[in-house]
Design a binder for this molecule. Sequence first.
Ligand code: HEM
Length: 322
Amino acid sequence: MAITHSEVCRLPLQELFVFSNLFSPICFNARNEDRVTWSTSFYYSHGKKLTHPLIINAVFYEGCDASILISSKPGSKMLAEKDAEDNRDLRGEGFETIRKAKALVESRCPGVVSCADILAIAARDYVHLAGGPYYQVKKGRWDGRRSMASSVASNIPRANSTVDQLLKLFSSKGLTLEDLVVLSGAHTMGFAHCDNFVSRLYDYHGTKQPDPAIDPRLLKELRMSCPHSGGNTDIVAPFDVTTPFLFDHAYYGNLASKLGLLASDQALFLDPRTKPLVQTLAKDKHNFFQAFAEAMEKMGSIGVKRGRKHGEKRKDCSMHIS
Ligand code: HEM
């Protein structure tokens, strides 16, 4: 089941295009949104996906202000968020999607739409194009000016985080236990590198035994792709072994069958505080979609910058204006 990163990018995903009038001379917001959608769907249809950190790290560090897109200054010792060790697996395609969308929008409406709004719209489109819910994205964000690699580590959830740690981090961002369980449902799609779960396969918590909460067949499969040490660091495994390319509610049912990929995923079923909601969401796709759309809106409003005093509207999302 596991494959390499570059193979993921060549998989024949559905051709899904959202048609829009790309050449409209008028700066309507809806048209600008169409341009982002078009760009996201173009990249999506070519099998290239927005990455997890672009969706979540972007929000968890400085807020929904596109600071994740800023590049480090050449020769500077102060690395930007994007170049933090924890972000080494960011996929270039995610940045490229945002760059193209921004270029399309800028070509018609220079200086109007922030990179932060483009990121939020693209995240929505990514979910929708894979079969997930469509929801309105509130706009009006400005781009943040701060982007520091040194602040990333303490602000992102980790593959081996406990539910207590996740709850603490989420609550520090104003998100609840429900938000944690619902947003984790984004792992209904996408892939993770072996190093994120390899300790579960061979030496769980120093026991020299696998994590007892992994289904034996899944354990066997994952061990074949991810050796204890010395494996290909490019190998990835799907979060959702049942429907890896569909945005659906299978993630939750998988957790009940010990098919969670990360310890942090499986923990949601093991913890009595989060288990009841996992069970509820496993039963009802409509309920999950509605809750997910609401939680994404909430996440998308964390740390939003407004106005020139607090932010900027970058022409090139990777470079500060000043
Ligand atoms: C709850 C805490 C979370 C933890 C511990 C976590 C952790 C991770 C890890 C370790 C990866 C694999 C990265 C790699 O190997 O390249 C990943 C991928 C992913 N995550 Fe999360 N994540 C969390 C929450 C979220 C949320 C809230 C979202 C979105 C709303 C999300 C969406 C994704 C997606 C779509 C991928 C797949 C990316 C790809 O295929 O390139 N995650 N996550």
